[in-house]
Design a binder for this molecule. Structure first.
Ligand code: MN
Length: 505
């Protein structure tokens, strides 16, 4: 491949944050060759060979440190849907793990464009949740896939650009945020912003050009000075640099401050990386000794991490030349987790414990639960909180209800049943089928006999016991059922029974 714009296998391996053994490299190489051949002769809308997309997606996955199976699945993610080669072939050659990842991606892609935007939104999001339940890596591949599609969105007609950009902002950037992959989240937001609100995007770009560029030269001077000062205090610095704010985040912040640029102090910020947690506090002290902090802007996200697991010390100080700027202090591990979120955390725990244990930020999975499910449930809860808190603008009415208060329960066969919080086995039974609801006589929750009015918790397995002979729904059930489906069905059956009784008389 001679086109310099086309990433090669070597690019992928070079950009990987994770070292690969010779054997692992051969595995990825094999997937690379397979993808190249499978997509041979196909072109993207932009005119480039199709496989450039698969390769670019995989490069993104390598950059955030994903494993060899995920990279192979990235290379092969469009093979079953868009080429002659089947999923089974992929499985045969690359194993069941890659097969199930590719299958997950293919299924996520099959969302029918029908009904209203809201209906589409809900179906899309539901599918993402389901994919997370199965394997979080599927969702990470999907995010990389979407990121590359957004980078190349110019090739599509304007109408499609709008739809895809909106969906990216509403769903994919949100999920990237929940998973803590801020690198991907920031870029997804900026790319969507560009298409959804080109005027403000341009405005932000100009602000960036004037203020940020100027701010950067200031920071360069500050960083030099800080190196000297902190070094003099005997603090070991792993890294110190300046970071700029993503354009969309800048826009949101400016909106909050009546578009007054002078009130945004973290347009540029200094980031200091030190070896250990204790060094973080020592650095903070050393800085406050010289530069007076602004009241109310010291934040200890180390002892009190953000809901998505983010950790760092933040402070805003009156710096040299009388200028105000923000500082972020963290360890290398915190830094990786801030940038790569769940992907980084996964690499660290694998390194530390040699497995999937403790996959969730700061939480130990219960012994019975599979780590992947626990991670999903935890993230889902965070997502629900977020939706309830500040994303209400776009998640109006039903959407909020729908997501904020929902849980997922499982049938003994592993099918997922979606229910409102505090739903009971009767709700669960009606959600499976009206017949099951009407014949329900008992329930087992996680294998234990439970009453029909028990509250089902997220992730529990529910088995409904039914009587063979037809059993009338009990009017008492109306006191505790939570779903409108169950309520209306119970009412209807009771009404029908009453009418039958009247006819008899
Ligand atoms: Mn794709």
């Amino acid at each position: 491949m001679s086109n310099p714009d086309i990433a090669t296998l070597d690019d992928i391996l070079k950009s990987s944050r994770r070292p690969f053994s010779a054997e692992e490299r051969r595995f990825i190489e094999d997937a690379f060759a397979f993808a190249l051949k499978a997509h041979e002769g196909q072109n993207r809308k932009s005119g480039e060979p199709y496989v450039t997309h698969s390769i670019a997606v995989t490069k993104i996955l390598a950059e955030i440190g994903m494993d060899k199976e995920t990279l192979a699945a990235g290379l092969l993610h469009d093979v079953p849907e868009d080429t002659e080669h089947t999923l089974a072939e992929v499985g045969k050659r690359f194993g069941s793990e890659v097969e199930s990842l590719v299958d997950g991606i293919t299924k996520l892609g099959r969302i029918k464009l029908r009904g209203s935007h809201e209906e589409y939104f809900l179906e899309n999001l539901r599918k993402m949740f389901l994919a997370m339940a199965a394997d979080i890596r599927v969702v990470i591949i999907k995010l990389a896939d979407r990121l590359h599609n957004m980078r190349t969105l110019d090739a599509l007609p304007p109408e499609k650009q709008q739809r895809i950009a909106r969906e990216t902002m509403e769903i994919y950037a949100q999920i990237a945020n929940r998973l803590g992959i801020s690198e991907i989240k920031g870029e997804l937001e900026d790319l969507s912003f560009k298409y959804l609100d080109p005027e403000h995007y341009e405005e932000m770009r100009q602000i960036e050009e004037t203020y940020v560029r100027e701010g950067k030269t200031y920071l360069e001077r500050v960083i030099k000075l800080l190196r000297k000062e902190l070094g003099g205090d005997g603090i070991k610095i792993v890294d110190i640099d300046g970071r700029t704010k993503h354009l969309y985040r800048l826009f949101r912040k400016l909106q909050k401050h009546d578009m007054e640029i002078g009130r945004v102090y973290d347009l540029v910020a200094v980031r200091i990386i030190v070896p250990e947690i204790v060094d973080c506090y020592e650095t903070l002290g050393a800085i406050h000794k010289r530069y007076r902090p602004l009241v109310g802007r010291i934040k200890d996200y180390i002892s009190l991490p953000k809901p998505n697991g983010y950790q760092s010390l933040h402070t805003t100080v009156f710096g040299p030349e009388g200028r105000i700027f923000e500082l972020q202090i963290r360890t290398p591990k915190m830094h990786d987790e801030a940038e790569y979120g769940i992907a980084a955390h996964w690499v660290y725990t694998e390194k530390e414990r040699g497995g999937w244990r403790s996959f969730v930020f700061g939480r130990k999975p219960t012994p019975a639960a599979k780590p992947k499910e626990v991670a999903w449930v935890a993230q889902l809860k965070e997502w629900q909180k977020e939706v309830g808190r500040d994303d209400a603008e776009f998640l109006s009415g039903l959407k909020i209800e729908f997501f904020k208060n929902h849980i997922f329960a499982f049938t003994p066969k592993g099918d997922i049943i979606e229910l409102p919080e505090e739903a009971t086995p009767i709700d669960f039974a009606y959600a499976i089928h009206t017949e099951v609801g009407e014949h329900a006589v008992g329930a087992k929750i996680d294998g234990k006999m439970s009453s029909l009015d028990s509250v089902i918790k997220n992730g529990q397995v529910v088995e409904i016991l039914v009587a063979k002979d037809r059993k009338k729904p009990n009017a008492d059930w109306l006191r505790f059922v939570k779903t409108s489906t169950a309520k209306s069905k119970i009412r209807r059956t009771i009404r029908e029974e009453e009418e039958k009784e009247k006819e008899k008389k």
